[in-house]
Design a protein around this ligand. Structure first.
Ligand SMILES: Cc1cc2nc3c(=O)[nH]c(=O)nc-3n(C[C@H](O)[C@H](O)[C@H](O)COP(=O)(O)O)c2cc1C
Length: 177
């Protein structure tokens, strides 16, 4: 039997926003589109999600802390990264090049490694009004990060647009046939 070709691997970076418990929607959508998924959660986001349920859904350990020197890498390298939901805090630190969580370390390196990256900010209008946020979006867009998500001024009625992250990354829905 020939080896099955490896499915492309998506990192879903989850931050500590109120919608984070719904991340299973994005994981399932990516799997339906033919991708394997690993979740990287910020330390605070670990308190927002159900880690056992996420691990059962992905079949991979959630990463949140750095591994110890000499430990094997728990996930393959990513072919693409989706940051959803992306918090005010993580977006500003990412744009500033800060790396004090594993999630930020991965995001900062994704740019240099040329890994396509999309982010769905999830924040209030009051947070979005801070001048640092506009500057951060400009920096991230300049790095090639594809930014989507709800408009903080006019959040729509339809819930958080999880699948937009896949669309921004050019991961198409699989059409039946
Ligand atoms: C219930 C709850 C909901 C939150 N929702 C958001 C949110 O939607 N967007 C945001 O930027 N911060 C939100 N926060 C604040 C973040 O959790 C906080 O800024 C935290 O430092 C973010 O950490 P992280 O970026 O490392 O995940 C929320 C906090 C709580 C307790």
């Amino acid at each position: 039997m020939p080896d099955q070709p490896r499915r492309p691997f998506l990192y879903v970076v989850v931050c500590a926003a109120g919608v984070a418990p719904g991340v299973g929607t994005l994981i399932s959508a990516a799997q339906e589109r033919g991708w394997d998924v690993g979740v990287v959660a910020t330390p605070l986001a670990m308190g927002f999600i159900d880690p056992a349920a996420v691990e059962a859904r992905t079949g991979h350990p959630i990463r949140s802390a750095w591994r110890r020197p000499g430990e094997p890498r728990p996930l393959p390298d990513p072919d693409a990264v989706a940051v959803a939901p992306a918090t005010f805090n993580t977006l500003n630190k990412w744009a500033a090049g800060m790396s004090d969580t594993l999630a930020l370390g991965i995001l900062c390196e994704a740019y240099g490694a040329g890994v396509p990256t999309a982010a769905l900010p999830c924040l209030s209008a009051a947070q979005a009004a801070h001048p640092a946020y506009r500057r951060s979006l400009d920096v991230l867009r300049g790095m090639g990060v594809r930014i989507g998500g709800p408009d903080p001024e006019r959040p729509g009625p339809g819930g958080f647009p999880w699948e937009e992250a896949l669309d921004l990354l050019g991961i198409p829905p699989v059409t039946g046939g």
